[in-house]
Design a protein around this ligand. Structure first.
Ligand SMILES: [Fe+2]
Length: 201
């Protein structure tokens, strides 16, 4: 089986400053994301051993670990390219995603407010996510608590915002709201638009 591996960042660790510090980006990528990659690989090894009768542990614990770590890996793998250095990132979206946002939310400002509210109000730690449901032909915002998709929905991740404390605490302390408000300056709308276009088919 091919192992999961840590994808490289599409920019330097200090590239998102002053919005997100190099220290946060370095720890977040090399420690936290790496830990999810390792955790997903370890859980799969435990499952493999169980299939061979070499691991008597309860499968429920293994699957929980797999879900937690693999979801963490997948979410972070979208989170990094969802961002770009200030100047390149930020501003308002263009292209098809801009039209869809206007159609579904009335305006970009309305969308930004609702997405920010979702991120700021995640209970404890988790994620705000923008997805597109091709069945209802609409953009959908949702929250993830921790990162445990116990049942992964068949919806693509277009835009993900990590609101675990490791994503902002070293710079913004307990002020998640300030981090979320500032984060818009590094959103890579070209990347979001690419994901949206693919999701629409
Ligand atoms: Fe994270």
């Amino acid at each position: 089986m091919k192992k999961y591996s840590l994808p490289p960042l599409p920019y330097a660790y200090n590239a998102l400053e002053p919005v997100i510090s190099a220290e946060i980006m370095t720890l977040h990528h090399t420690k936290h994301h790496q830990a999810y990659v390792n955790g997903a690989n370890a859980a799969l090894e435990r499952l493999e051993k169980q299939r061979k009768g070499e691991n008597p542990e309860n499968i429920r614990g293994i699957l929980r670990d797999l879900s937690f770590n693999l979801s963490g890996h997948k979410l972070h793998s979208v989170f990094w390219p969802n961002m770009a250095p200030p100047g390149k990132g930020g501003g308002a979206p263009g292209g098809a995603i801009a039209d869809q946002i206007n159609k579904d939310f009335g305006s970009f400002e309305n969308f930004k407010k609702q997405f920010s509210d979702a991120a700021k109000n995640v209970e404890a730690v988790g994620w705000a996510i923008l997805t597109y449901d091709a069945e209802s032909e609409t953009l959908v915002i949702y929250q993830v608590e921790k990162q445990n998709f116990m049942h992964p929905p068949d919806l693509p991740l277009l835009l993900t915002l990590d609101v675990w404390e490791h994503a902002y605490y070293l710079q913004y302390k307990n002020d998640r709201g300030a981090y979320v408000d500032k984060w818009w300056e590094v959103v890579n709308w070209d990347d979001v638009d690419k994901r949206f276009t693919k999701a629409k088919g």
